[in-house]
Design a protein around this ligand. Structure first.
Ligand code: GUN
Length: 289
């Protein structure tokens, strides 16, 4: 039987695990606060931000909603970030990416105070992660590690193939998996669009993590029997005239061979959202010390 890893259930455990720290902060008169900054007309970005705000409110984190006209000059965004950096009541700052074309994502990431960078995208936080001393692990890679933990997957000595090399998922995840740490000590292969013979790299893996943004790229023919398959992809596609969500894994054919697999939706997605709450509470606790 293939284990379908239930991201909603594991995310609920992560959220429940935050209540002690939130109560302690509350006793000290601190309400953890996340500022979300949206500078986009994209309906998907708007939905993501409102889901993050709703998650916050459900666990007792205050969500400060900042919206900026996408046509506004760059200064407006940078001034906003500077104000939030300086505001002692704001513990975490999340600027929803991508920002409009007249602003570079990387300039925005660098403008955020690393102590409030709950995405873990700032170069200081990336550097600390690579050096084995992370403060804020990026939410999706951290969520993937928690899912592997919850599914009792041993990463020590395992061959893990990560398909995708993004700054948000593939690179930090590969770095975390090779560390001398829990859910580390793996031997990691990182694949991308220029990889020769991708199927050979996925077939030899004990764990395949697909984070490449190509709908259903990894199918059952590309994995060995008993593989653990983690699907980070969220792709909207037209099927039979209807819009539907699929991952980077062809679920049915991969499930037939996998020992455990995450569904889309209901796998990695809820974990990403839960780890943002985790990082926000961590930020508030660090700033309260
Ligand atoms: N856009 C898509 N995913 C993310 C994310 O994890 N954080 C931010 N800030 N923007 C995103």
């Amino acid at each position: 039987m293939t284990d379908i890893i239930d991201g909603n259930a594991v995310a609920a455990e992560v959220r429940d695990g935050l209540s002690g720290a939130i109560d302690t902060l509350d006793d000290a008169g601190v309400t953890p606060t996340l500022a979300t900054v949206l500078m986009s007309d994209d309906p998907a970005s708007q939905t993501y931000v409102s889901m993050k705000q709703q998650d916050c409110e459900e666990v007792g984190i205050e969500a400060l909603d900042v919206e900026i006209d996408p046509d506004a000059p760059a200064e407006e965004l940078f001034d906003t970030v500077a104000d939030l950096n300086a505001d002692p009541d704001v513990n975490g700052i999340l600027v929803q990416m991508p920002v409009p074309d007249h602003i570079e994502d990387r300039d925005v990431i660098r403008a955020i105070d690393p102590a409030k960078d709950v995405d873990g995208f700032h170069p200081e936080n990336v550097g600390r992660l690579v050096a084995g001393d992370p403060v804020y692990k990026p939410c999706t890679p951290h969520g993937v590690l928690k899912l592997l933990d919850a599914a009792d997957v041993e990463t020590e000595g395992a061959d893990v193939t990560v398909v995708g090399r993004s700054n948000i998922v593939g690179k930090p995840l590969a770095n975390l998996l090779i560390q001398k740490a829990d859910y580390g000590n793996a031997t990691v292969t990182v694949c991308h669009s220029r990889t020769d013979d991708l199927a050979e790299k996925t077939r030899r893996a004990d764990v395949v993590i697909a984070a490449v943004g190509v709908p259903e790229l990894v199918d059952g023919s590309m994995i060995a029997d008993g593989t653990v398959v983690i699907d980070v992809g969220v792709n909207r596609v037209e099927r039979d005239g209807e819009s539907t969500l699929v991952g980077d894994v062809d679920f049915e054919s991969a499930k037939a061979k996998a020992s455990a697999i995450t569904p889309v939706p209901g796998g990695v997605g809820p974990m990403t959202r839960a780890m943002l709450l985790y990082n926000t509470v961590k930020a508030a606790s660090r700033q309260a010390d």
